[in-house]
Design a protein around this ligand. Structure first.
Ligand code: ADP
Ligand code: MG
Ligand code: MG
Ligand code: MG
Length: 661
C-alpha cells in the first residue's frame, strides 16, 4: 500500500499487532531456564572495481549473489543430512546464512546456528566471520569484493558510484544523489523509502558537519546541491532551507539504511533476565558506538564526526512537522522528540534498582494501547515500553495480510517492532518456535576486519556474563544516555570527550547478586538510603570506563576509583573454569578493546581519515575523490580479507597500527 492507503489502516495494524503481542506474551512469559544462545550479524558492502578508470563502485548484484549463496547453503545442508543418514554420529557445523538488506549493494551474514555458552565457542567467532567473508567473496565476480566499511565513502558523490550506473532520479526517494535502483528490489524496501517521505511530507534531510581541513572553503556550502532542479515537488526542499551551512547534505533513506553495522543478539534464560540485560546494556550503547567509530566520510566529503548513527536516524525520520514540534498539533497525534531510529527512550526491567527518576516522565505513549496491555495483566513497565513503540505508524502494509487471520503469527507486531530501530531491541519469542526472550545490542559500527568484529562481539558477550553474575548496575537517567549518544559522534570522541557513567556499579554487599534474574521473588533487600540521583553518575573518559581509574586514598576526600569494564571481565574470568589456552586467546580480543579505549590503537575512523589526508591526490579540501576512494577501498579490502598463510589481516593491521602510533 502506498502511504495514502496505508495510513487508513494504521490503527487496524496496531490493533492486530497488540493482539499478536499479547498472545506471545501470555504463551511464553513463563519460559524458564532457556540456555544462553547468542549470535552476531555482519553487514558488508559489495564493491565493484573499474580497473580501467581506477574507480571503486557499489555493485548492485545483490539478488544474484544471494541466490548463489542460498543455493550453496541448501546444497551444504543436503550433504550434511545425507551424511547424517549414513552415520548418526556425524557432526557438522550448520552453514552460515546470508540475508538481504536495504541497499542492493549490501549483504548481511549470520552464523548458521547461534553460539552456545561454552567458552571455547568464543574462539570460533572470528573464524566463523572469516568463513562468511570468504564464502561471500567466492560468490562474487572477479572484479567484486565484500568489504566491512560502515558507509561507502562516495555514496551519492558526483560521478559514477554504482555498477551499473544509473542517474540520480527515481520516484521513490526523489533524491538528488541516489538512484532508486540502488534500493533492494523487494517491494517492501522502495515502499518503505517512499512512505517515509510521504508521511514526513518532505524528503528526509540529513546534515552532517563537514571537517574543515586546510583548504576547505569557509563557510562550507555543500557544492553538490542542485537548487535548480524541478523534477519533483520535493525538489523545493533545498530552496526551503533543508541544507545547513557547514554541513554535508543528504536527502534519502539510502544514505542511512545503506550503512553497515555489527549487531549482537542474546537469548536470556527467562523474560525477566532479558529485561535486565536490556536495561543494563542500554547505557553501554553510546560508549560502544564511540569505541567502534569507523565512519568519517559521507558523500565524498570528510565529516567532522566519526560515526554513522545520526545519518541513519535522519534517513528514516518519518515525523511530520507537527510531530517534530515545528508546528502546533493539528493532524498529528503526538509531539515526538526522536526519530524511529534512535537511542531507547525507556528502561523496561522490574529491577527494584530502576529508580523512577531514570525514566523520562514525559515519555510519549499510546495510552489506549497501554491500557489494553495493562487490562490484560501486563505490568506497567513492559506495557509502557510497547505502548511507546506503538506511537509509530506501520510504514509498509501488505493488503493480503489484513485479509488473513493474525493468529499464530507476529507479522503485525513485527511491522511496528522492527521499524522502531532503537539502539537496543527487546525481542519476544517468535510464535511456534523454541526460541526464547532475546535482547539485541545494535549501536556498534562494523569494523574493517573480522578480528575487530570478533573482539567487540566477544567483549559484549563477556560483559553480559559479568553483568548477570555480579548483578551489576549501570543505570543512569535515560536522558544521559541520549546525551552520550550525541557525544559519541564527535571526531576522536575517545580521546577528547567524556561520557556520563555510573560511579558505583556494584550492588550493595548484603544484596544477593542474582535477585534480578530470578522469577521467584526474593526477600526485599534492605537497601542503604539512596543517594540523590545526580550523585550516582559523573563524567568519565572512555578509557576510564573501559580500563578503570585507580583509587586515590591520599586525595582529599579519598577517591574510590573505578574498576573498569575490562578488569571487571578479567575478574569474572578468574572465577570461572576456563582453560589457559582459551583464556589467553580471549585476552587478545580484550586487548584490542582496551587499547582502543586508551588511544594506543586508533579507531577505524581515524585510520580512514588519516589514509585520506595522507594520500597524494588529496587536496586538503575535505573532498574524497575517485582516486583516493579507489585506493582506500582497495586497502580496506586487503585488511578485511587477510593475506598470507598464518599472518592474518588483523595481526598485520594491529602491527601496522602500532607502528603508526
Ligand atoms: P534480526 O535481523 O531480526 O536482528 P537476524 O536473524 O538477522 O535477526 O540475526 C539474529 C542473530 O541472533 C543471529 O546472529 C542468530 O545467530 C542469533 N540467534 C538465533 N537464534 C537465537 C536464539 N535463540 N538466541 C539468541 N540468538 C539467536
Ligand atoms: Mg538481521
Ligand atoms: Mg541488518
Ligand atoms: Mg539485527
Amino acid at each position: 500500500m502506498d502511504w495514502e492507503e496505508a495510513k487508513l489502516h494504521a490503527d487496524q495494524v496496531r490493533k492486530l499487532g497488540i493482539q499478536q503481542l499479547l498472545d506471545i506474551w501470555k504463551r511464553y512469559r513463563g519460559n524458564e531456564r532457556d540456555v544462553l544462545l547468542w549470535g552476531d550479524e555482519i553487514e558488508y558492502l559489495v564493491v565493484s572495481y573499474d580497473e580501467k578508470n581506477k574507480n571503486a563502485r557499489l555493485s548492485l548484484r545483490q539478488e544474484e549473489i544471494l541466490e548463489a549463496l542460498g543455493r550453496l547453503e541448501r546444497e551444504q545442508k543436503e550433504t550434511i543430512a545425507k551424511r547424517k543418514a549414513e552415520d548418526p554420529n556425524y557432526q557438522s557445523e550448520v552453514p552460515p546464512k546470508f540475508h538481504p538488506e536495504f541497499g542492493r549493494f549490501m549483504l548481511e551474514s549470520t552464523p548458521g546456528a547461534p553460539y552456545g555458552g561454552n567458552w571455547s565457542s568464543l574462539l570460533t567467532v572470528e573464524s566463523n566471520m572469516k568463513l562468511r567473508r570468504r564464502l561471500a567473496k567466492q560468490h562474487l565476480g572477479e572484479h567484486e569484493a565484500p568489504i566491512t566499511m560502515t558507509s561507502f565513502p562516495r555514496l551519492g558523490a558526483e560521478g559514477i558510484f554504482t555498477d551499473p550506473y544509473f542517474p540520480a532520479t527515481g520516484s521513490k526517494s526523489r533524491s538528488q544523489y541516489l538512484p532508486d535502483e540502488l534500493i533492494n528490489l523487494h517491494i517492501r524496501f522502495p515502499t518503505l523509502a517512499a512512505n517515509i517521505r510521504s508521511r514526513r511530507g518532505a524528503k528526509v534531510a540529513i546534515n552532517m558537519p563537514v571537517f574543515y581541513d586546510v583548504n576547505t572553503p569557509r563557510p562550507f556550502r555543500d557544492p553538490t546541491v542542485d537548487y535548480d532542479r524541478h523534477l519533483y515537488p520535493e525538489d523545493d526542499d533545498v530552496r526551503r532551507g533543508a541544507v545547513k551551512e557547514g554541513h554535508i547534505y543528504m536527502d534519502a533513506m539510502g544514505f542511512g539504511m545503506g550503512c553497515c553495522c555489527l549487531q549482537i543478539t542474546f537469548q536470556a534464560k527467562n523474560m525477566s533476565e532479558a529485561r535486565t540485560l536490556y536495561d543494563q546494556l542500554a547505557p553501554l550503547g553510546p560508549i560502544m558506538l564511540a569505541l567502534t567509530a569507523a565512519t568519517p566520510i559521507f558523500k565524498g566529503f570528510l565529516a567532522d564526526v566519526d560515526v554513522r548513527w545520526n545519518v541513519i536516524s535522519g534517513a528514516v525520520d518519518d515525523r511530520t512537522e507537527e510531530e517534530r514540534g515545528l508546528k502546533p498539533l493539528k493532524n498529528s497525534r503526538y509531539k515526538i522528540p526522536k526519530s524511529r531510529y534512535a537511542s531507547i527512550s525507556t528502561y523496561l526491567s522490574e529491577d527494584p534498582r530502576l529508580r523512577p527518576e531514570y525514566n523520562d516522565p514525559n515519555l510519549v505513549v499510546n495510552e489506549d494501547i497501554k491500557k489494553e496491555l495493562l487490562d490484560n495483566g501486563m505490568d506497567e513497565r513492559l506495557a509502557t515500553h510497547f505502548a511507546h513503540l506503538f506511537i509509530r505508524d506501520p510504514l509498509v502494509i501488505f493488503k493480503e495480510t489484513l485479509e488473513s487471520s493474525p493468529e499464530g503469527l507476529s507479522d503485525h507486531f513485527e511491522n511496528i517492532q522492527s521499524t522502531n530501530w532503537q539502539h537496543m531491541r527487546f525481542k519476544p519469542p517468535p510464535p511456534g518456535d523454541s526460541i526464547g526472550w532475546r535482547v539485541e545490542f545494535r549501536s556498534m559500527e562494523i569494523q574493517l576486519t573480522d578480528f575487530e568484529n570478533a573482539a567487540y562481539a566477544i567483549f559484549i558477550v563477556l560483559l553480559t556474563r559479568a553483568i548477570l553474575s555480579y548483578g551489576l548496575n549501570f543505570y543512569i537517567p535515560i536522558d544521559k544516555v541520549d546525551e552520550n549518544m550525541h557525544t559519541a559522534h564527535a571526531r576522536e570522541a575517545i580521546r577528547t570527550k567524556k561520557f556520563w557513567f555510573r560511579k558505583d556499579i556494584f550492588p550493595p554487599l548484603h544484596q544477593h547478586a542474582h535477585f534480578s534474574t530470578s522469577t521467584t521473588p526474593s526477600p526485599t533487600p534492605i537497601l542503604p538510603p539512596p543517594l540523590p540521583v545526580e550523585d550516582e553518575y559523573t563524567l568519565f573518559t572512555i578509557n576510564e570506563i573501559i580500563n578503570g581509574i585507580p583509587p586515590n586514598p591520599k586525595s582529599n576526600p579519598p577517591t574510590p576509583g573505578f574498576i573498569g569494564l575490562i578488569p571487571l571481565i578479567e575478574a569474572y574470568l578468574n572465577t570461572v573454569n576456563i582453560d589457559v589456552e582459551t583464556r589467553c586467546e580471549l585476552s587478545d580480543y580484550l586487548d584490542l578493546v582496551g587499547k582502543r579505549a586508551s588511544g594506543e590503537l586508533m579507531t577505524g575512523a581515524r585510520w580512514i581519515r588519516e589514509f585520506v589526508r595522507g594520500h597524494t591526490e588529496y587536496m586538503g579540501d575535505s573532498r574524497v575523490g575517485v582516486g583516493v576512494n579507489y585506493d582506500l577501498v582497495k586497502a580496506v579490502e586487503k585488511l578485511g580479507m587477510g593475506r598470507g598463510g598464518e599472518v592474518t589481516g588483523s595481526e598485520k593491521l594491529l602491527g601496522k597500527w602500532k607502528g603508526r602510533k
